[in-house]
Design a protein around this ligand. Structure first.
Ligand code: FMN
Length: 182
């Protein structure tokens, strides 16, 4: 039996979701403004606890700023070679809800970028890096700055050489339970 249009659409969408990967090496080409606008529009529509939308989004294109941000304490070294960085600024009012909201926001930004063939990776800023990032970017002290996302067109050479490395997943049999745990 041949696949219906609905089935093909579902298969394409599932494939799109399943193939989101972290990319940390980018070509220098800038990300076009229309694509950035699209990503931000998707981000704006993320769901959040009690619909508080406890976020602001900082778009960084300046090479020097990205380089400085890449060197604060944390794991966002990939920002140094990215043409674009998106820093998530959380309100800092309700830690538990906002941490969850931030994860959703980050994932949506990455998926919207993926839809345009733009690779991305989360970079976490930790410890002294959080104050350093706020100082660097002029962000008020009371805000939470933890997530910086690198974005850009994937460097195909780097993509090929890292294909399959460190991207394994646990099989469903190890993580899914039916009706009762165990
Ligand atoms: C909450 C969270 C924090 C992460 N922090 C970092 C990070 O600081 N630096 C980094 O390079 N990748 C970071 N990643 C990306 C993960 O390393 C990556 O998603 C994981 O290794 C699986 O690889 P894949 O997404 O390419 O399949 C983070 C991912 C999540 C969900």
């Amino acid at each position: 039996m041949s696949e219906t249009t609905d089935e093909r659409t579902a298969r394409d969408r599932i494939s799109f979701l399943r193939t989101l990967r972290a990319f940390r090496s980018f070509r220098p080409d800038p990300v076009p403004q229309e694509i950035i606008d699209d990503i931000l529009e998707v981000a704006r529509w993320s769901g959040s606890a009690s619909n508080k939308q406890p976020w602001e989004i900082l778009v960084v294109r300046e090479r020097d700023t990205l380089r400085s941000l890449s060197s604060v304490e944390g794991y966002a070294g990939h920002l140094a070679g990215a043409p674009l960085g998106i820093v998530l600024i959380m309100a800092g009012d309700r830690a538990e809800q906002e941490t969850y909201d931030e994860g959703r926001l980050a994932e949506r930004i990455m998926l919207a970028a993926h839809a345009h063939g733009i690779g991305s990776s989360i970079g976490w800023i930790v410890g002294s890096g959080r104050d350093a990032a706020k100082e660097l970017l002029g962000i008020p002290q009371e805000k939470v700055v933890r997530t910086a996302i690198s974005l850009g067109y994937p460097d195909e050479g780097a993509r090929r050489s890292s294909a399959g490395r460190g991207q394994a997943r646990k099989p469903l049999g190890r993580i899914v339970h039916e009706e009762r745990y165990g």
